[in-house]
Design a protein around this ligand. Structure first.
Ligand SMILES: CSC[C@H]1O[C@H](OP(=O)(O)O)[C@H](O)[C@@H]1O
Ligand SMILES: Nc1ncnc2[nH]cnc12
Length: 290
């Protein structure tokens, strides 16, 4: 039995969390470069917490400039076991209205200008992302949202676009009507894939801010519309986070879905052929199996 450390990745509008005992911002060095910001450490209800603002305090990183590898590596290196992302998203469903939360369970990755793996020449690995989110964590997040009185939908497909521009109406209709996606954002990929490579449980909460640009009864999304809904959503997200320690507890059993053993059969490079420089960088992410 290990110790739980809950990692929260805060998206647009969520640049800190409150109520942590012994709260302290600390930089975590990573061989993968600079994380988006320092990490806020502390405890909540006796459970260790680590909070990282995805875009940095003051929102300085764009979806394409975020160093997702450094962020996930820094969280893993700091001892995080479970990662919960809270993200501002557009909705493709009438019933997933601005102000609602959606506990995402699937992704379509349309990003193309990001580093997507910790592995590569000298140490090749292929993890499964058939089920990219952890159902145990998703259940806890759903329960936390319900306990906070948030309108929450369990399950949904998140279309991750490169951005930074919002979608054209034709893209919005394609994602909604042909691909049957539920929400759209710019950041959960490759974050979720990297969390899986790092053997971290990952859940994602989409905080709906708008109807993107498909809805005949609503203007196409812009930042002003997102920000108008964001502050209320951010308060709800903080309430949700405060409920998590009570639901997850300080002691952590192995993940029943195997997220924490994702690398068990993923490495394919022959041990004698593995590149020492890459292995050194993989110490936190893959040290368990190397
Ligand atoms: C400010 S609107 C677009 C911006 O908001 C979302 O960020 P996050 O996923 O970190 O909450 C979206 O992905 C874009 O980065
Ligand atoms: N409509 C939208 N598209 C992409 N990212 C978003 N973040 C919030 N709303 C969004």
């Amino acid at each position: 039995m290990g110790e739980t450390m809950i990692g929260i990745i805060g998206g647009s509008g969520v640049y800190d969390i409150d109520g942590l005992e012994g709260a302290e911002w600390r930089r975590v060095e990573s061989p993968w470069g600079e994380a988006s910001d320092e990490i806020l450490f502390g405890t909540l209800g006796g459970v260790k917490m680590a909070f990282l603002p995805r875009h940095g305090r003051g929102h300085v990183q764009s979806p394409s400039s975020i160093n997702y590898r450094a962020n996930i590596d820094a969280l893993k290196r700091a001892g995080v076991t479970d990662v919960i992302s809270v993200s501002a998203c557009g909705s493709f469903r009438e019933e997933m209205a601005p102000g609602d939360f959606v506990v995402v369970d699937q992704f379509i990755d349309r990003t193309f200008a990001r580093e997507k793996s910790f592995f590569g020449p000298g140490c090749v690995a292929h993890v499964s992302v058939a089920h990219p989110t952890c159902p145990r964590l998703g259940a806890a997040v759903t329960e936390a949202a319900k306990a906070e009185g948030i309108r929450v939908h369990r399950g949904g497909t998140y279309l991750c676009m490169e951005g930074p521009q919002f979608s054209s109406q034709a893209e919005s209709l394609l994602y909604r009507e042909v691909w049957k996606c539920d929400v759209v954002g710019m950041t959960n990929m490759p974050e979720a894939k990297l969390a899986r490579e790092a053997e971290l449980c990952y859940a994602s909460v989409a905080m709906i801010t708008d109807y993107d640009s498909w809805h005949p009864g609503h203007d196409a999304v812009d930042v002003a519309a997102v920000v108008a809904v964001l502050s209320g959503n951010a308060e709800k997200a903080r309430g949700l986070v405060r409920r998590l320690p009570g639901l997850l507890g300080p002691e952590r059993a192995p993940c029943p879905h195997g997220c924490d053993r994702a690398l068990e059969h993923a490495l394919i490079t022959a041990p004698a052929q593995r590149a020492p420089a890459l292995l050194a960088k993989l110490d936190a992410v893959a040290g368990r199996v190397l």
